[in-house]
Design a protein around this ligand. Structure first.
Ligand code: ZN
Length: 341
């Protein structure tokens, strides 16, 4: 059987966020540590082995995130604890518009500055876990750079909603963008293909002005779905290297796979040396977010089509939430990849 190196850092389980708010109602966060257990079961179903990634040189992380933001993530939780009546997690309750505004020094103001929404609560262990998620993505990128046809990074927390300076939607450090940046050391051009049900807004923003990284995203129409403010078809990139393929809500396999073919045509035209697949499994028909209606066999078909692009591929886990299907959807994706020619 064709092998596919898989990486997962068990210490990322220490990030187990609690807070979330939907339509003004506080509720349990969906990006739980249990997700990793279900995804690991998917890897085991396919018979692949998992390696704990080494702590590595994180230069690509410093290339895509601002120093100010990384400093915030590192110290925010401890500073938060000194605020009167602070909760157990850093959750922004301010939403600055930023233009012409001044960067504040206090923790409440900086939390608002660096957190786009309430969906990215930062706990005591969040930053350490996010750094190990980065190590996971970098280990998979190193495997692909060393000749592996593909490598899979089970990253938690996910990353594709985080931009250079901002956490958002369960994401703190943009693992997919960091993997792409790492691959740039080996290839003149790199593409990122994001098939999460939510638009990869952070990745798009990080590379929006750059001609050396193509970003392509297939997702539910953001006009009425997270992340709402980005992900539209008219956003083509300052260098013409961004393609968004928003789909009507609750589209199924046929529409999704047709969009995927368009995405792959654009990637072929760009002729990158390597590909990062931002793998969200939340486009599934029974995912709690219910944005699209992709089936489990649909993920296997997608994997086969993406493999046919013939590029060294780093598969980075993004979304995909607790349902009976999460394990099977990852297994179908990995098996679809391995069994494709
Ligand atoms: Zn998602």
């Amino acid at each position: 059987m064709e092998t596919l190196p898989c990486f997962y850092a068990p210490d990322t389980a220490a990030h187990d966020p609690q807070f979330w708010m939907l339509r003004g109602v506080p509720m349990a966060n969906k990006e739980t540590a249990e997700r990793a257990d279900r995804l690991l079961a998917g890897i085991a179903q396919v018979g692949l082995t998992v390696t704990d990634p080494p702590v590595t040189d994180r230069a690509p992380m410093h290339a895509v995130h601002t120093a100010r933001y990384l400093a915030f993530l590192e110290t925010a939780w401890e500073e938060w604890q000194t605020a009167p009546g602070a909760g157990a997690e850093v959750v922004a309750n301010l939403h600055p518009q930023k233009a012409h505004q001044t960067y504040p020094s206090g923790i409440t103001g900086r939390a608002g500055w660096h957190m786009a929404d309430t969906g990215c609560p930062l706990g005591r262990d969040t930053y350490r876990a996010a750094l190990r998620g980065v190590d996971t993505a970098l280990a998979a990128a190193a495997a692909a750079a060393a000749g592996a046809r593909a490598a899979y990074a089970l990253c938690r927390p996910p990353g594709h909603h985080a931009d250079a300076d901002t956490a958002a939607g369960h994401c703190f450090l943009n693992n997919s963008a960091i993997a792409a940046q790492a691959l740039r050391a080996h290839h003149n051009r790199v593409a990122v293909l994001d098939i999460d049900v939510h638009h990869g807004n952070g990745t798009q923003e990080i590379f929006y002005d750059r001609a050396d990284v193509l970003t392509v995203s297939v997702h539910a129409d953001p006009d009425a779905f997270y992340p709402f403010y980005l992900g539209h078809a008219h956003e083509v990139g300052a260098a013409g290297t961004n393609l968004n393929l928003p789909l009507p809500l609750r589209s199924g396999d046929d529409i999704w796979l047709t969009a995927l073919d368009r995405a792959l045509e654009r990637i072929a035209d760009f002729a990158p040396g390597a590909l990062v697949l931002a793998l969200g499994l939340d486009a599934h028909e029974r995912d709690p977010f219910r944005g699209l209606q992709v089936t489990t066999p649909g993920f296997a078909r997608a994997a086969a089509r993406i493999k046919a692009a013939g590029l060294p591929t780093v598969i980075v886990q993004e979304g995909g939430y607790l349902s009976e299907d999460l394990t099977h959807n990852l297994a179908a994706t990995l098996r679809g990849w391995i069994e494709a020619p």
